[in-house]
Ligand binder design. Structure first.
Ligand SMILES: *Cc1c(COP(=O)(O)O)cnc(C)c1O
Length: 418
């Protein structure tokens, strides 16, 4: 860290240093998080943050865009090439505003949207009741089948036929299985809806060829840039040519003012990194690690929603372990293993104290951990759950020491040492 920050604001400097240590010392399994590279981190901390550039490259409302136009154009062109789309907008501030722009582009208030219910694995912005998207639009929600834990495409089709939504969202925040884009596309086509693939969680897997691409099936694709894609906090909207201008107008001037140019630059860097052969290996390693972690958990008697995983994400239903998700998550955090409590489909418990925990392997894969390490992590998770159930805090502390030593033995990407 620079001496400037340390002398201007030692309190914040100390807190940032503490967070560096925390991220280095933990086994981070939050499925929506990652470690960005030093290059991405560097790009976010630049003078590009000083510049206003409302509009789009070549069509701005402020002067002085000689450099920014090139930055944004690079980001756009890289997104188009990497994902194979006609159009990309790299300005949305984050995933939620990106999705709101989709509504603004194609719906009027009161129109019908269909998405996956939040407790089933969807996202708030797919029409969940507490979200603006559930309050200002007429929302119908699909879920998963109880026996399989997988999206019930028959239910999706029936609901779509009965409710005639204008847009259908597929994708979500807690879906451990491959999203069947062709099946969603067929249904959307049948009811004349626009299919929106929200690939926020899996964008890195799609880019790296470790999950099928929605391109050619979903005319509109929304994604964050900071989950498996390993970019800065931000988002992109991608589309075919037909839907491009409505999306652009919705982002600016519909919803946002000036784009965050430092973020745009970091997105461009992340997209360049994501187009390398090394990133393909990384994406496949994430999936291999998740499969190994799932195996390690299953062999220790954990109940996984849908019985396993196809991607980076695992959802454990702890009902058979006699410990609720929040209690388990807090004990695991004390033991150096960071994840989040999460509802499971048909959860009998309340969302603020649900039955499950959610895990993902993008961050541990970014640290360089491999499938052999996943069994150790599964073993620690099992031991912590047992210790916590037995009220044995000293066992949790003992595990914490092992976990921290293990985590520290892997380099941390983006750790700026000077
Ligand atoms: C994370 C996520 C979002 C929202 O992203 P934010 O950047 O947190 O606003 C939207 N949709 C899905 C499916 C997500 O996983």
């Amino acid at each position: 860290m620079s001496d400037d920050l340390r002398s201007t604001d030692p309190e914040i400097a100390d807190l940032i240093a503490a967070e560096v240590d925390r991220q280095r010392d933990m086994v981070r399994l939050i499925a929506s998080e990652n470690y960005v590279s030093t290059s991405v981190l560097e790009a976010t901390g630049t003078v590009l943050t000083n510049k206003y550039s409302e509009g789009y490259p070549g069509k701005r409302y402020y002067e002085g865009q000689q450099v920014i136009d090139q930055v944004e154009t690079l980001a756009i062109e890289r997104a188009k090439a990497l994902f194979g789309v006609d159009h990309a907008n790299v300005q949305p501030y984050s995933g939620s505003p990106a999705n709101l722009a989709v509504y603004l582009a194609f719906l009027s208030p009161g129109d019908t949207v269909m998405g996956m219910a939040l407790p089933m694995g969807g996202h708030l912005t797919h029409g969940w009741s507490v979200s603006a998207t559930g309050k200002w639009f007429r929302s119908v929600q699909y879920g998963v089948r109880k026996e399989t834990g997988r999206v019930d495409m028959d239910e999706v089709r029936e609901l779509a036929r009965a409710e005639r939504p204008k847009i259908i969202f597929c994708g979500g925040t807690a879906i451990p299985r491959t999203i069947d884009f062709p099946a969603f596309a067929e249904i959307a086509h049948e009811v004349d809806a626009i299919l929106v693939a929200d690939i926020a969680h899996i964008a890195g897997l799609v880019a790296g060829g470790a999950h099928p691409s929605p391109v050619g099936h979903a005319p509109v694709i929304s994604t964050t840039t900071h989950k498996t894609l390993r970019g800065p906090r931000g988002a992109m909207l991608m589309s075919d040519a037909e839907h491009a201008s409505a999306l652009d107008k919705a982002v600016f001037p519909g919803l946002q003012g000036g784009p965050h140019n430092h973020t745009t630059a970091a997105i461009a860097v992340a997209l360049k990194e994501a187009s390398t052969p090394e990133f393909r290996d990384y994406a496949h390693a994430i999936v291999a690690n998740a499969a190994a972690l799932a195996e390690g958990l299953l062999s220790r008697g954990f109940d996984l929603v849908s019985g396993g995983t196809d991607n980076h994400l695992i959802l454990i239903d702890l009902a058979n372990k006699a410990i609720p998700g929040k209690k388990a998550a807090k004990a695991l955090d004390r033991a150096g293993i960071e994840l989040n409590y999460n509802t499971v489909p048909f959860d009998p418990r309340k969302p603020f104290d649900p039955s499950g925990v959610r895990l993902g392997t993008s961050s541990v894969t970014s640290r360089g951990m491999t499938t052999a390490d996943m069994d150790r992590i599964a073993g620690w998770i099992d031991a912590v759950v047992s210790a916590e159930t037995a009220g044995d805090e000293s066992a949790v502390e003992k595990i914490a020491a092992e976990v921290h030593e293990f985590a520290r033995s892997y380099p941390m990407p983006g750790l700026l040492t000077d």
